[in-house]
Design a protein around this ligand. Sequence first.
Ligand code: ZN
Length: 132
Amino acid sequence: MKLEHIGIAVKDIEKSNELFAALFDAPHYKIESVASEGVKTSFFQVGASKIELLEATSPDSPIAKFIEKKGEGIHHMAFEVDDIDAEIKRLSERGFNLIHTEAKDGADNKRIAFLHPKSTNGVLIELCQEKA
Ligand code: ZN
């Protein structure tokens, strides 16, 4: 596995795009909405990894709930795998609690699945695999 990106929950993605563009001295390279998750995302390339900003597009979005509970900040870490179906199987067999027991479509041309933070020391972990 390699660290593919870190997801950060933000209230205002336009403002945060400016902030992170100033921080990295480079603009985001894409904006994408994922309707099934109720989020709008933007991506910054930072060396070999990326930063994903996430803004809620509806009040019942998981990001809206996260910000309500914890405020803005680091939301998840995403690790890239070669075979997401095999990893889902391996991790369930090892006793990890998966939020998605089957990979689903995510942003940035990826198939994704999340592990429940209860089984990973409070850290929400995303597995992702680039779509062929
Ligand atoms: Zn992500």
